[in-house]
Write a protein that binds this ligand. Structure first.
Ligand code: HEM
Length: 150
């Protein structure tokens, strides 16, 4: 699938179906084996093959190839579909760690990798649905506000 100007799509540049299948396979393999990813691994079903197939279908369309996910499941409504799972900043970071590692192994073209990681990182951040604990010192301490008295 090329754009009207006949520039190859991201889907083509990454290597089409075979590359996306390799990417999602490695992604879930990493999630399944890295102790640092256990927090999100346990949110997923024991058998990851369904998750792998859905992420493959989603990314196929997301990257400019066949809209496999939408054809089968309709509008992705990704944030709503993730609501049953508690996703905080740690979960987002674990997900992105696995995705980044899989991308680094499967996609050799660095500019392409970065071009994909940017919106995926934003998307993963958008998936958060848990309030983060506020850090100490976030609220100005009365009488000690650095913005006062200047
Ligand atoms: C931010 C951290 C994320 C966590 C912790 C997370 C976790 C999960 C979990 C637990 C499921 C349900 C398991 C399943 O249906 O197999 C799921 C489904 C899914 N996730 Fe994520 N996810 C995250 C981010 C993302 C992102 C960024 C994308 C897209 C690039 C994505 C795409 C999907 C898709 C397509 C499904 C299947 C939805 C369905 O049809 O039910 N997820 N995710």
């Amino acid at each position: 699938m090329s754009t009207p100007e006949n520039k190859p799509s991201v889907y083509e540049r990454i290597g089409g179906e075979a590359a996306i299948r390799a990417l999602v396979h490695r992604f879930y393999e990493l999630m399944d084996t890295l102790p640092e990813a256990y927090g999100i691994r346990k949110l997923h079903p024991d058998d990851l093959s369904g998750s792998e197939q859905k992420l493959f279908m989603y990314l196929s369309g997301y990257l400019g190839g066949p809209n496999l996910y939408i054809e089968q499941f309709g509008h992705p409504r990704l944030r709503a579909r993730h609501m049953p799972f508690p996703i905080d900043g740690d979960a987002r970071d674990q997900w992105l760690m696995c995705f980044n590692l899989a991308m680094a192994e499967v996609v050799q073209d660095e500019p392409l990798r970065k071009a994909i990681m940017k919106p995926i990182t934003d998307l993963a951040d958008f998936m958060r649905n848990q309030a983060e604990p506020s850090s100490p010192g976030e609220l100005p301490i009365l009488g000690n506000d650095p913005h006062q008295g200047h």
